[in-house]
Design a protein around this ligand. Structure first.
Ligand code: TRP
Length: 331
């Protein structure tokens, strides 16, 4: 069975865009592949060397993924820093990662620009640690978006270089992977592009948002002054609301408001009210699971321990093999 690895940033709550995109893919993958989903808490040190609430962030991510349906029995869900084998592989790979190629990484250049006072070696070698995450389980599939494509290419470079150097074929090549259903568009509420945290909290509906918060955000979503001609094309901000409705409402509801729009009889307040209620209903099961799981520390501990155990088993085999290949042998 092929192996999937995905690292999850340890900051931030899940929003509807994450839920209907990445998470739905994860739910399918956990039934079909040998999946490792981990929280990339080591990576977070590259930009936040003295994190204040590392443990809370890790907990929140775990809780939300479990609530969304990731099954710790099917997939291996673990915390990166629990599996220190990755650090050893990172060191080996660092010996064959060149300054020039690391400096050329787009993510590095972006971070240098954003934070010129903290250009540390860990930031430079971020892609090496990411390669170590993937190669640690000899994964072939990595469910990440376009922004991570260059990191995956570097992962293949480092793995192939290792293979060439030590004359073997130990590491397979990993490629980006999705089911194509992340074509489902989840726009934000700001009348512009995708739902995304970087556009601000008002733009996102989070899975953990209470019904009142959802209603408030949706009622404040950007609209225009209304259609003036029958059957006119919808401007982006209105199309966005219909796209969201498409995801959380019944097709009858969508049709109803579409007809009103086309007849120039739509009242955006009514549409938003309906959209908010349907969002509340659509997210309710996950939201109540989040609250339930967050209150159950014993369960969270159990999940984290189980994940660490399964991930370590896979990682220890790789490290044993790699040591052997490099030539560290027991006397
Ligand atoms: N760099 C990824 C991101 O920013 C997170 C990540 C770290 C990752 N290690 C990984 C993703 C390994 C996939 C596989 O989203």
């Amino acid at each position: 069975m092929e192996t999937v690895v995905s690292g999850i940033r340890s900051t931030g709550k899940l929003h509807l865009g994450n839920y209907y995109g990445a998470i739905k893919n994860f739910l399918k993958m956990q039934d079909e592949y040998n999946c490792f989903f981990f929280i990339a808490d080591l990576h977070s040190l590259t930009t936040h060397p003295t994190p204040e609430n590392l443990q809370d962030n890790v907990k929140q991510v775990i809780v939300e993924y479990l609530a969304a349906g990731i099954d710790p029995e099917k997939a291996t869900i673990y915390v990166q820093s629990d599996v220190t084998e990755v650090v050893e592989l990172y060191l080996y790979l660092n010996m064959n990662a060149y300054l020039g190629e690391l400096e050329r990484a787009t993510s590095f250049k972006d971070k240098v620009r954003a934070n010129p006072d903290n250009v540390n070696a860990g930031l430079l070698t971020y892609p090496v640690l990411m390669a170590a995450d993937i190669l640690l389980h000899r994964a072939t599939k990595v469910p990440v978006g376009k922004d991570q494509e260059q990191h995956l290419e570097m992962t293949r470079t480092f793995g192939n270089r290792f293979n060439r150097l030590y004359k073997n074929e130990y590491f397979p090549e990993a490629y980006a992977f999705s089911y194509g259903n992340n074509l489902i568009k989840i726009p934000g509420l700001d009348g512009k592009g995708k739902m995304g945290k970087s556009e601000g909290d008002a733009n996102c509906v989070y899975l953990s948002d209470k019904p009142e918060a959802i209603r408030k955000k949706v009622m404040r979503a950007v609209t225009d002054s209304g259609p003036t001609q029958e059957n006119q094309v919808k401007p982006t901000e209105i199309q966005n609301l219909f796209d969201l409705m498409q995801v959380v409402s019944t097709s009858d509801t969508v049709q109803h408001f579409d007809d009103l729009y086309n007849k120039c009889q739509i009242r955006y307040g009514d549409l938003k009210k309906q959209l908010a209620e349907d969002m509340v209903v659509a997210t309710e099961p996950v939201r109540s699971r989040i609250e339930e799981i967050a209150a159950d520390d014993a369960y969270i501990r159990k999940v984290i321990n189980l994940g660490a155990e399964k991930a370590r088993e896979s990682a220890q085999q790789t490290i044993k093999d790699v040591r052997e290949i490099i030539g560290f042998r027991k006397f």
